[in-house]
Design a protein around this ligand. Sequence first.
Ligand code: FAD
Length: 305
Amino acid sequence: MEQIMRNFFLFLSNNKTLTKVAKKYGFRFGASRFVAGINIQEAAKKIKALNEKGFVVTVDHLGEFIDSVSEARQSAEECVKAIEIIAKEDLQSELSLKLTSLGLDISHELVMENMHKILQAGKENDVIVTIDMEDYARLEKTLQIFTSLKQEYDNVGTVLQAYLYRVEEDLEALNLYNPYLRLVKGAYKESEEVAFPNKSDVDTNYKKVIKQNLLNGNYTAIATHDDEIIAYTKELEQTYQISREQFEFQMLYGIRLELQKQLLKEGYKVRVYMPYGADWFGYNMRRLAERPANVAFVIKGIFKK
Ligand code: FAD
């Protein structure tokens, strides 16, 4: 039953029409449990509150499946604005973004133009920008764009997904670039031809790449809510005397708050991934797929004004 629910929510997350309808009918119908606000000003207040508690943040202007040039440019403007506010208000926050929100599916020139604008603003304001990883169909293009930008900008990172069979090779290929990598299990619906269908295989592969990247000496963000993976990372830290300067834990805004606090108390760096904006639909459907029990939170958000 859980698998059916998962597939259902992942199917919804991919639905362009529903994404557009949800965006049009506004944030009131979104889920405030998982989304920090409608604009960067609202998100900035929440970043500040988290910073005061000792957390660092990566803020994400929600957006996906954009198919017009003007929307892609607008999305880039939002990212630049977020960077400027982070700097102006002296917030401890990085920026995360999705290339499809900046025109990846429209043209290479457009997405590059937008990324240059954003990374230049990040460079001037000392803000790191992480390119989220989307579905498999966009993996190659995303990696190519990351490696090309990394040669020009130090302040860019990206994400690798442990559910993909090819992740170890990608990790080794990126090693040349001394990358800032976020490692995740993977959130999209992929075919068995490219991704492990079973959770236990994904977990095993995830542990492998965490170890590989840490032992390669690269800065590693371990982005998970999974107790077993977190315990494994702590074991690696002990066994290989890995400095806490070399890694951080990342979790999604609104998820496993007690665990976030506990890790902070133990002296680990904890970064909260904080989405904001009107384009909440796909993001929330993926959170439901991860844990169908979250339906209650989303329904509460729908009826909350
Ligand atoms: P799971 O095995 O899914 O969960 C382990 C345990 O964590 C569960 O038993 C449950 O207790 C808890 N848990 C997990 N998810 C939830 C939830 N939604 N609500 C409540 N409890 C939950 N994926 C991408 O494909 N590309 C990205 O760029 C990307 N960026 C991410 C950035 C961050 C900071 C994080 C934390 C995740 C990101 N993801 C991304 C999502 C990731 O791939 C997983 O889908 C997601 O993190 C769930 O996997 P998990 O490692 O938490 O483990």
